[in-house]
Design a protein around this ligand. Structure first.
Ligand code: PEP
Length: 260
């Protein structure tokens, strides 16, 4: 397993032509290395062009969402069975889906389990919002999301799971309007997530899932986040749409591994 994982969440951006162009540009800028696993998560319509045009030695593929069932009368949905063989990873429970699509912990747990059942690595997103943080509820909210999100998995399945800590108040702050999460705010939450997993699954389990940080990561702050104890990588939104910025983030992750 690579020592760091860098995941690009393109969100609802780029048509198939634009997605192909970005992949070509990324291929020119990003150097392959065993130390860092790079995963691109385009919108569903872009998965085929990106799968076709990417260099698979450099880029793995992920989806941004899945349905929790394999097939059926669910117009507009995409099932994990349909993604099998096309992607390796799937983002589940992103705060934007919790907020805009009203996904709750119960549904998210079913999606995580569905991903695992189909051999896809779930990237379970958890995170406190500003209100929760200001009212001292952040730790409980995050522990509850981790507990619920993993609740349908066995202990053996935990090691192939990724948990992304994404404080909602720190997402999409790239335009300088709001506040970035400071590494000293992220570190205790990452420890807390690992302790929660340890309590759920027993001794040693806390070290098993890969834990990412996500929230306005850019080439200037990336190294500080990578230095946080317990952080195995990054989930990158806005900056992943800019090939120069994303390549710089991947290069920083490679440098972080090699400087150890
Ligand atoms: C995200 O939404 O997963 C994310 C990390 O976005 P951004 O990097 O733009 O804050």
């Amino acid at each position: 397993m690579a020592e760091k994982l860098v995941v690009a969440n393109w969100k609802m951006n780029l048509n198939p032509h634009q997605a192909s162009l970005l992949v070509h540009r990324l291929d020119q800028k990003v150097t392959a290395g065993r130390s860092v696993e790079v995963v691109l998560c385009p919108p569903f319509v872009d998965l085929y062009p990106v799968a076709r045009d990417r260099n698979p030695k450099k880029f793995k593929l992920g989806a941004q969402n899945i349905h929790h069932l394999d097939e059926g009368p669910f117009t507009g949905e995409v099932s994990p069975a349909m993604l099998q063989g096309l992607v390796d990873f799937v983002i589940v429970g992103h705060s934007e889906r919790r907020r805009h699509a009203h996904e709750d912990d119960k549904l998210i747990a079913r999606k995580v389990a569905a991903a695992v059942r189909h051999g896809l690595v779930p990237i379970l997103c958890v995170g406190d919002n500003l209100f929760e943080r200001e009212h001292g509820a952040a730790r409980k909210v995050v522990a509850d999301q981790v507990t619920a999100g993993l609740s349908l998995l066995t202990a053996a399945e935990i090691k192939d799971t990724v948990i992304a800590y994404e404080p909602v108040w720190a997402i999409s702050q790239g335009d300088g309007r709001g506040s970035y999460a400071k590494p000293h705010e992220v570190e205790p939450m990452v420890t807390h997530i690992r302790q929660t997993v340890e309590e759920l699954y027993g001794e040693g389990a806390g070290g098993e899932p890969r834990v990412l940080y996500g929230g306005s990561v850019n080439p200037d702050n990336v190294t500080a986040y990578l230095e946080i104890a317990g952080v195995d990588g990054l989930l990158v939104g806005g900056a992943s749409l800019n090939y120069e910025q994303f390549a710089a983030i991947v290069a920083a992750a490679q440098a972080a591994v090699h400087s150890k």
